[in-house]
Design a protein around this ligand. Structure first.
Ligand code: PAF
Length: 284
């Protein structure tokens, strides 16, 4: 595996790969890799001949009160994991390579950028979209893989890809879960044992909601019941719990018919967690 820090060097290598007819797959990450990321790498490998994984903790997508400084930076361990996965290129650029003119927003995430995650984390999606756009410009992949766990991120990125990188295929990797059902996340490492149980309890509620909705329960009643239960039994501070239409990423009402997604964000102790679950159909 080649570890490359400079954008120009990566581009030179990838030009060479493309000239040999190799399809380039890309997995953008912020590092602190876990099995969830590695499953995205596996998907990229299945759809491309060479894989680039980027590791860049993007300051533009963190709010002033968020954990940018504390975000885990574990490049040496990450590199070992990627080496085992037979990844060809690890791209770990510095700030000046990603943002030659200094970190400034070049992309806006629009209306969806200010709901749910965007409401809890103002500016997050503009910053995320800016870095994804820049990394896509550098890598110019044939295939890019994002995790379904960040459902709103994938929704927003898919619009960018359709508009600006039309020849690139976007693949969504399913959420990897621990045996308890807790979605894998770089932030799980900060949970105490007790908080971990609370976090697992949130997943249990998502599952119950899915079952109830698929069995015909009303959206509004299901939401009220489980929001209260999560807040009380899981000692979690709920930021949002919603049932959305995945085509437009907006809440559905009790009359909605069709596939849906339950999305949740909660703070358990100091750790902010998100998750989502697909509902096959509501009122089918
Ligand atoms: O999902 C992430 O890890 C980040 O938002 C991404 C896509 C790597 C952009 O910084």
């Amino acid at each position: 595996m080649k570890i490359i820090h400079r954008a120009a060097e990566l581009q030179e290598q990838l030009d060479y790969e493309r000239a040999r007819g190799n399809k380039v797959g890309f997995v953008p990450t912020m590092g602190a890799l876990h099995e969830g990321h590695l499953s995205l790498v596996e998907l990229a490998k299945q759809h491309a001949d060479v894989v680039v994984v980027s590791i860049f903790v993007n300051p533009l997508q963190f709010g002033p009160a968020e954990d940018f400084d504390k975000y885990p930076r574990t490049l040496a361990e990450d590199a070992k994991l990627l080496e085992i996965e037979n990844v060809q290129y690890l791209f770990a650029p510095g700030l000046e390579d990603v943002y030659p003119n200094g970190p400034e927003l070049t992309q806006r995430a629009g209306v969806t950028g200010s709901t749910f995650e965007g409401a809890s984390r103002p500016g997050h999606f503009d910053g995320m979209l800016t870095v994804v756009n820049r990394l896509m410009e550098i890598v110019q992949p044939d295939v890019v893989v994002f995790g379904e766990k960040d459902a709103q991120q994938v929704f927003i990125v898919s619009k960018l890809i359709k508009a600006r990188f039309r020849n690139c295929q976007l693949i969504e990797g399913p959420t990897l879960r621990e045996a308890s059902g807790l979605a894998m996340s770089s932030r799980n490492r900060y949970l105490t044992d007790e908080e971990r149980k609370d976090a697992e309890n949130i997943y249990a509620h998502l599952n119950q909601m899915r079952e109830e909705l698929e069995a015909g329960a009303k959206v509004s009643e299901t939401l009220t019941k489980h929001s209260t239960a999560i807040e009380t039994s899981a000692k979690a501070k709920l930021e949002y719990l919603a049932v959305i239409d995945p085509q437009i990423f907006r809440p559905v009402d009790d009359n909605y018919q069709g596939p849906a997604k339950i999305i949740v964000a909660a703070k358990v102790g100091e750790v902010r967690l998100i998750d989502n679950l697909n509902v096959k159909a509501i009122n089918a």
